[in-house]
Design a protein around this ligand. Sequence first.
Ligand SMILES: *Cc1c(COP(=O)(O)O)cnc(C)c1O
Length: 234
Amino acid sequence: MTDNALPASLAHARKRLESALIDAKRPANDASLLAVSKTKPASMIRQAWTLGQREFGENYLQEALDKQAELADVEGIVWHFIGPLQSNKTRAVAEHFAWMHTVDRLKIAKRLSEQRPSHLPPLNVCLQVNISREASKSGVMPEDVAALAEQIATLPGLQLRGLMAIPAPASGLEAQRAPFAELRQLLEALQKTLPDTPLDTLSMGMSDDLEAAVLEGATLVRLGTAIFGARDTA
Ligand SMILES: *Cc1c(COP(=O)(O)O)cnc(C)c1O
């Protein structure tokens, strides 16, 4: 199955990112597109791959593992886990992903580190920050980021790369920028306290707020709807 809209929507998403980087006076290629393929079939991932996309984000573990099996013949896909994870499900993430964006407690981090196979490079991780302080949302609170990052930076199976957030929805560029600016400032603080850790990643910005995120330094924007179209389910 191929999707007739995908080539145009992927091209449009690339243009959006390119324009946002220009508006932010940042170099081209200073941020990349993470194609969020949750609920979408493996055939669409395959098609996006033929169009040059390599980084894919999945939220639901079993669904992701099924698609990975279907796409075992496709070379060079970089899989990112971006959904909530129960601590009894860490092994599959440690074994089957290159990146994990939603680490928000030490217990999960320790398990991922212990379970990372020794023949693979360390698992790249971002700490998920509850930047809008929503009671219902996962993520470490901003004031607890430094302590958690310090502990995670020492785990041998992990490579701490940066921070990730999903701010509360806001409309208007200025309102959208504020939480992204806070996340950037948290990363800048960590870069000072952990000078030996390659903290180069701000995973922020989705289909509705990519421009605001890029203005505040996003390096990885997670686009689902804008690339693959609306989802039937969450
Ligand atoms: C679904 C999802 C996205 C993509 O959202 P869109 O609004 O469809 O671009 C990005 N990040 C996370 C963590 C998601 O769960």
